[in-house]
Design a protein around this ligand. Structure first.
Ligand code: HEM
Length: 179
């Protein structure tokens, strides 16, 4: 039997090489196909997850809390304030702002649903609630400015602050009831 002493190959190894090479090539080919398939499936699953509508149900109390009711009153006040501001009636703006102020003071004591639906808060929730109250404090200052604004420039400035406070507060603490 032929035997190459240098690297220990036999004639059998040499004859079998093309068949073995073919086998390894096929194995490699299948491995590549598997990799490609895995990649396609992962991409499809990710795309489907991202594209499918979010199916989390909103909290059953979403939009029905005491805080939501107070906020709805605030919305009505803001509508009336904007109308009076448009008419240039700063005295009327001052009057409605005084109403708004009492609602803002009221809102400060309610816990947003996004933080908790319970009265007892853990440390992290308490921190969130404190920040919510800070946001409300900022709103209160702006509404106080509105209630004592003597000219339309001050009215405009105070309205700008209220808009900012509201946008920031909603982004941080208002649950989206349409989820
Ligand atoms: C004048 C300014 C504001 C107006 C007119 C206003 C108006 C509203 C309205 C219309 C809603 C929806 C109520 C419903 O679902 O029926 C709402 C919800 C809410 N707003 Fe305001 N908002 C104001 C400022 C703020 C600020 C400054 C914060 C936070 C610091 C805030 C926090 C919230 C929260 C947490 C809710 C959801 C209520 C809940 O958790 O039950 N809002 N607001």
């Amino acid at each position: 039997m032929f035997h190459n002493p240098i690297d220990n190959t036999t004639l059998r190894d040499i004859i079998a090489f093309p068949f073995k090479a073919n086998y390894y090539l096929t194995e490699f080919y299948i491995y590549c196909l598997e990799l490609i398939m895995k990649k396609i499936i992962t991409t499809l699953v990710t795309a489907l997850t991202l594209l499918s509508p979010v199916t989390f149900a909103a909290h059953p109390m979403c939009g029905k809390t005491d805080l939501a009711e107070v906020m709805d009153n605030m919305k009505d006040s803001m509508k009336a304030i904007k109308k009076a501001a448009k008419a240039g009636d700063s005295a009327k703006v001052n009057n409605i702002a005084a109403d708004l102020l009492s609602n803002v003071e009221n809102a400060q004591d309610f816990i947003p649903l996004a933080i908790s639906d319970q009265k007892e808060l853990n440390a992290e929730q308490q921190k969130d609630f404190d920040n919510y109250k800070k946001g409300m404090g900022y709103l209160k200052e702006a509404v106080e400015e509105l209630a004592s604004a003597q000219d339309m420039a001050s009215v405009k400035m105070a309205l700008g602050k209220i808009g900012k406070a509201s946008k920031k507060g909603h982004k941080a603490y208002k649950m989206d009831c349409d989820d």
